[in-house]
Design a protein around this ligand. Structure first.
Ligand SMILES: Nc1nc2c(ncn2[C@@H]2O[C@H](COP(=O)(O)OP(=O)(O)OP(=O)(O)O)[C@@H](O)[C@H]2O)c(=O)[nH]1
Ligand SMILES: [Mg+2]
Length: 436
């Protein structure tokens, strides 16, 4: 009997202990101030409240119904190393900054405000795997910490595979737009027969894309319309990304913020000479525009980059437009629209094969002040067949670059980047001779 009473006492003590433990764990939901800690659903709605400095941490992904939803990523504790970011007051370009070793750690989520900016890609459904490679690189090297939107534009409807794959890769909202037929096609003033003969002739002469109609529509669209697409209207800044590009270094600051702070409007990483056969009369058309609209030509321009004889002829130097970070308001300005309309009327997009690279570059060279054009030495980039690998070993190490400096095209005789430095009276970066 005494034995069974002892057992009963043990059981009673065990029950009381369990009740006390349960009570303590339940009351731990009440903070010292008597406030309840957030429920999981609240945390998902407001992840910033637990992840320090993370007002911008909500990662938006685009669902099929276009509504932003919180991704799984936002639920994970964020590791923020904002204090290692280079300050935005000095240029991140190593020519004008002194970045020390270890300063350029790319945080998993960058603190601070975001610009009104987006990536933009023109692509076909068949480009899905090539653009996926590009997106992955841009996200890994930069955007996973910034979550900027990505606008995809196409002259046809994007298919489900394209949308599914690219949405899964982008950390910001992925948005898909169809191009209006009036922005992609032959304008009514183009003589179709004449245009066809040009294509046949260029085919004979084996000029790259010389016989392609769609390539011409693409070049005209990139020259005059992408910034007017409905989806692009809400943004002020864009970063153009093409299929199959590579980024070789971390980008541990926000180039959009840099552009805005430094009052830049257009930027590049690679420059070169245009294929002469594709633009025989482009400069004549530009001269016609300059005569008609002298009010759009700024005095402190980059004519020295474009011409060796004060504007009589074009030296074919241009910024390679498959990479661009730029200001959309500039492209939507009356000056740029007058320029594009003038060139378009002269018909060279179809009677020749004018590319958007010389078209944008000439516009930037004549209608922007010299200091409004920026060379991003620290954005390492490849688009077949050229590489921009930052000059300066310390920069490459700081930014965890994996490009071979010997591949850098900048100081090669076919690049115009040296000319850009001269025109802007910038001293050539240390070590450039070794890369010539
Ligand atoms: N929707 C659509 N996009 C196109 C078309 N042609 C080209 N593009 C896109 O326009 C951009 C430029 O085309 P590319 O074919 O890369 O032209 P490129 O850079 O001069 O030539 P590559 O050396 O082949 O890269 C890329 O983002 C393409 O995906 C087209 O007919 N329709
Ligand atoms: Mg390309």
């Amino acid at each position: 009997m005494a034995g069974s009473q002892r057992y009963l006492r043990y059981i009673l003590i065990a029950v009381i202990t369990i009740v006390v433990i349960l009570f303590i764990s339940a009351s731990s939901g009440v903070g010292p101030g008597g406030q309840y800690t957030q429920k999981a659903t609240d945390l998902l709605k407001d992840p910033g409240s637990i992840y320090k400095g993370s007002q911008d941490h909500t990662v938006l992904v685009k669902g099929s119904d276009s509504e932003p939803v919180v991704s799984e990523d936002a639920k994970l504790p964020q590791h923020t190393e904002g204090s290692h970011l280079p300050t935005q007051s000095s240029s991140p370009n190593p020519q004008s900054s002194s970045l020390g070793s270890g300063q350029n750690v790319l945080p998993s989520k960058a603190p601070g405000a975001r610009m009104n900016a987006t990536f933009v890609t023109l692509a076909r459904n068949s480009d899905v795997w090539e653009i996926s490679r590009s997106i992955r690189q841009v996200e890994d090297r930069f955007n996973h910490a910034y979550n900027y939107d990505w606008v995809f534009l196409n002259d046809a409807e994007f298919d489900d595979t394209f949308k599914k794959v690219t949405t899964s890769l982008t950390s910001g909202r992925a948005r898909y737009g169809k191009i209006a037929s009036e922005h992609w096609g032959f304008p009514d003033f183009i003589d179709q027969e004449k245009a066809k003969k040009v294509r046949e002739d260029m085919h004979e002469r084996k000029i790259i894309y010389g016989d392609s109609v769609s390539y011409r529509h693409m070049c005209r669209y990139e020259s005059g319309f992408f910034f007017r697409h409905e989806l692009m209207q809400e943004y002020e800044w864009y970063w153009r990304v093409e299929p199959s590009i590579e980024l070789f270094c971390d980008i541990a600051y926000d180039p959009f913020v840099f552009m805005a702070d430094k009052k830049k409007k257009y930027s590049f990483v690679l420059s070169l000479y245009e294929y002469v056969e594709t633009i025989p009369t482009l400069w004549d058309s530009v001269k016609g525009f300059m005569a008609k609209h002298p009010e759009h030509i700024v005095s402190d321009n980059s004519m020295g980059f474009l011409s060796d004889d004060g504007g009589i002829s074009y030296n074919h130097c241009h910024f390679w437009s498959n990479f661009e970070i730029g200001n959309l308001n500039w492209l939507r300005s009356q000056a740029y629209i007058d320029y594009f309309d003038h060139l378009d009327r002269d018909g060279g997009f179809f009677y020749e094969r004018w590319g958007d690279a010389p078209v944008h570059s000439i516009a930037a060279g004549l209608m922007l002040k010299k200091e409004e054009i920026h060379f991003f030495n620290d954005i390492a980039y490849y688009h077949v067949p050229f590489t921009h690998c930052p000059t300066g070993e310390q920069t490459r190490l700081d930014l965890k670059c994996h490009c071979n400096p010997k591949d850098n095209f900048d100081w090669n005789g076919y690049s115009c980047t040296k000319r850009y430095f001269e025109v802007n009276k910038m001293s050539l970066p240390e070590g450039y001779e070794k890369e010539q």
